[in-house]
Design a protein around this ligand. Structure first.
Ligand code: SAH
Ligand code: SF4
Length: 380
């Protein structure tokens, strides 16, 4: 877009223009946009800092920007985070926001405080087309992709709102409460790559949130073509494995029929070639008498040999339609022990926010049964 302002000091008066939500732009896109409205490219950095470092939505408060620029911004642009439908705080300090992304779709953002860090779990889609057997999000079907503004807006909004909480009120606004981000909320982030990529870039950008790439984790069920592209913004990678062989994984994670295990693990190896000191986190949801035997653990050891990796065993959060049961804690410990003995660092995920349904796979929101799952998958 190129708009020519004949009188540079005069803001355009046409209010009928649809205002652009600047939360959709990473720094490169914001720079292009600033140039397109006849502003110097360095202005974009100043504006980007106001938007993401100070999280100011009112252009009038961006005091080091020229008044003429602020006027243009008022007329052409807006900073609009997603709308919050409700807010819940768990006894363990976990906070969950239900976000209204229109058309009756709700997604969730969850904040998990720990002693030395605060992790925000972000959603990337309303619903999910992958339809894993143990996941309530999958049961909704796919509703729609979230925009970049709706994805990064979850971080923008959560950081701002946490600052208003009693326990954080004494912190300066520029001091971060959220130190880590995991793309582990609703949706398959790599099936919304074009909108997720700018959001990741904003998280890492020193003029925005400045998070190190090790503190931003993208979790995927294994969408190989986009795993291959992710070195464009090489964040930490978590891969939802859940089964040690194709036969079982085809059932639990149906996308495996399209991207089977051997190819998936090769792609993991290639990803690590770009960042040799990194590791892949394999997530494994523990399902009683399904994927949790000693034999399954031995198969896993064989499968991931030569890959620098960690295992994260996730206690299954049951929900009525799944027909699956959670492994007993003793079984999870034995499974973890077998992996650890083979030299694989293995952790068991603590379940947080149970009392507010903020635990993994409980991010169902308003369950809708969409029948277009198969059609969507064919398009992948
Ligand atoms: N779509 C991505 C990211 C969102 S799911 C992915 O599948 O990786 C985030 C994690 O939660 C995944 O590892 C997923 O397998 C796990 N999960 C989903 N439903 C669950 C449930 N009911 N109990 C425990 N973990 C679950
Ligand atoms: Fe989608 Fe991930 Fe749930 Fe599978 S586990 S249905 S990929 S959100």
């Amino acid at each position: 877009m190129h708009i020519d302002f004949t009188d540079k000091n005069q803001a355009p008066q046409d209010n009928s223009l649809e205002k652009i939500n600047l939360l959709n732009f990473d720094l490169a896109a914001l720079t292009n946009w600033c140039v397109s409205i006849d502003e110097k490219s360095f202005r974009a950095k100043q504006l980007f800092k106001w938007i993401h470092q100070y999280r100011i939505a009112d252009f009038n408060l961006m005091t080091d920007l020229a008044v003429s620029f602020r006027n243009k911004l008022q007329t052409l642009a807006k900073i609009e985070p997603p709308k919050i439908a409700s807010f819940h705080k768990s006894a363990d300090g976990t906070v969950k926001w239900l976000i209204d992304v229109n058309d009756g779709n709700l997604v969730e953002t969850v904040f998990i405080p720990e002693t030395n860090r605060g992790t925000l779990c972000i959603s990337s889609q309303a619903g999910c087309a992958v339809n894993c057997k143990f996941c309530s999000t999958g049961k909704q079907g796919f509703n729609r992709n979230l925009s970049t503004a709706e994805i990064i807006g979850q971080l923008w909004m959560a950081e701002n709102l946490l600052h208003e909480h009693e326990e954080y009120q004494r912190l300066e606004k520029s001091k971060r409460i959220i130190t880590n981000v995991v793309m582990m909320g609703m949706g398959e982030p790599l099936l919304n790559y074009n909108n997720v990529l700018p959001a990741l870039k904003i998280m890492l950008d020193d003029y925005a949130y400045g998070l190190s790439r090790r503190r931003v984790t993208l979790s995927t069920s294994g969408i190989i073509p986009f795993m291959e592209k992710l070195h464009e913004c090489p964040v930490s990678l978590a891969v939802s494995l859940h089964a040690p062989n194709n036969e079982l994984r085809n059932i639990l994670v149906p996308i495996n029929k399209k991207y089977p295990l051997e190819q998936l693990l090769n792609t993991c190896r290639q990803y690590l070639e770009h960042a040799p000191r990194d590791f892949i986190t394999f997530e494994y949801c523990m399902l009683q008498n399904c994927n949790d035997s000693d034999e399954h653990a031995y198969q896993l050891i064989e499968l991931v040999k030569n890959i620098s990796c960690k295992f994260n065993l996730i206690p299954f959060n049951p929900f009525p339609q799944s027909g699956l049961l959670a492994s007993k804690p003793e079984r999870i410990s034995k499974f973890a022990h077998i992996l650890s003995k083979a030299g694989i660092v293995t952790t068991v995920r603590k379940t947080r926010g149970d009392d507010i349904d903020a635990a993994c796979g409980q991010l169902a929101g308003d369950i809708k049964d969409k029948t277009n799952i198969a059609i969507r998958l064919q398009k992948v």
